[in-house]
Design a protein around this ligand. Structure first.
Ligand SMILES: O=C(O)CCC(=O)C(=O)O
Length: 264
């Protein structure tokens, strides 16, 4: 099969641990994702039927909010549902991802991140800290900008080249009231970090050892993103031995072709 990655993408992957694809998703896809998560958050029966896990924003606990979604941090386990499943299984996603991993890949994690007004960012971490797998890597994350991501609304920051580091020690997020489950790296110099500014529909593809974080949302609008993680088919997942897990392994590519989405 000819490569679906450009030379520039491959070079950036090898040297920097990530690459960005501008205009990857149609505006209609981003709008459909936003509409669907709003429906799910507003309708408890629906969230049960779809089998998702809702996570409220810790630093907004007890606040009076105009809409339920204004207090939401994340929704996990969306990759069996409609537009989210369609995206996760599309050839445009799974073909390049499989070039970075293996011919047969599974999607095992998905999350919609609302990053509402005033929400705090996630501290410096490597995703592989959360993924005690055999084999441990490669694991690839794809981060779709559903809205724009700016310096003001809490874009990602990445440390180029840090994908060559082992998984560092992570300590619990030190901010009082921080989201449960956030851990941070405090033993590495992040001075060379770069912000990743994105327009709606742009995609960041990144290695699970890449050190990254996001800043707080200090704007007056939401900064939403949809994030998926992929690993080789047959990977053994030990997460349950360490954390409560929201992983849900679904074949995404087999025999050179994307697989059909699976219902919840
Ligand atoms: O989107 C964010 O604010 C943080 C996301 C992140 O760090 C991750 O998905 O690992």
């Amino acid at each position: 099969m000819s490569s679906t990655l450009t030379e520039e993408q491959r070079l950036s992957w090898d040297e920097r641990g990530f690459f960005r694809i501008a205009g990857f998703a149609e505006p209609a896809t981003c709008e459909a994702m936003l509409t669907r998560v709003t429906e799910i958050v507003r309708e408890p029966v629906l969230s049960e039927a779809v089998g998702v896990k809702l996570v409220p924003e810790s630093n907004k606990a007890g606040m009076e909010l105009a809409n339920p979604e204004d207090g939401m941090s994340k929704i996990f386990k969306l990759h069996r549902d409609g537009v989210f499943a369609h995206f996760a299984h599309s050839a445009d996603v799974v073909d390049p991802v499989s070039e970075l991993i293996a011919p047969d890949v599974d999607v095992f994690l998905s999350q919609f991140i609302f990053k509402t007004v005033g929400a705090w960012g996630q501290p410096w971490h490597q995703d592989s800290f959360y993924f005690p797998f055999e084999p441990a890597r490669p694991v690839v994350g794809v981060w779709l900008a559903v809205t724009e991501a700016t310096l003001a609304n809490g874009c990602l920051r990445v440390l180029p080249g840090s994908h060559t580091e082992p998984v560092h020690t992570h300590i619990p997020d030190r901010r009082p009231g921080a989201n449960y489950g956030y851990f941070e790296i405090v033993d590495h110099d992040m001075a060379a970090a770069e912000p990743v500014l994105m327009d709606p529909g742009d995609l960041l593809v990144f290695d699970s050892h890449l050190m990254h974080c996001s800043t707080d949302n200090e704007s007056d609008g939401m900064r939403a993103a949809m994030v998926y993680h992929y690993a080789a088919a047959g990977t053994v997942d030990h997460t349950e031995e360490y954390f409560s897990t929201v992983n849900d392994w679904v074949p995404a590519r087999r025999g050179g072709l994307p697989t059909a989405p699976q219902a919840a």
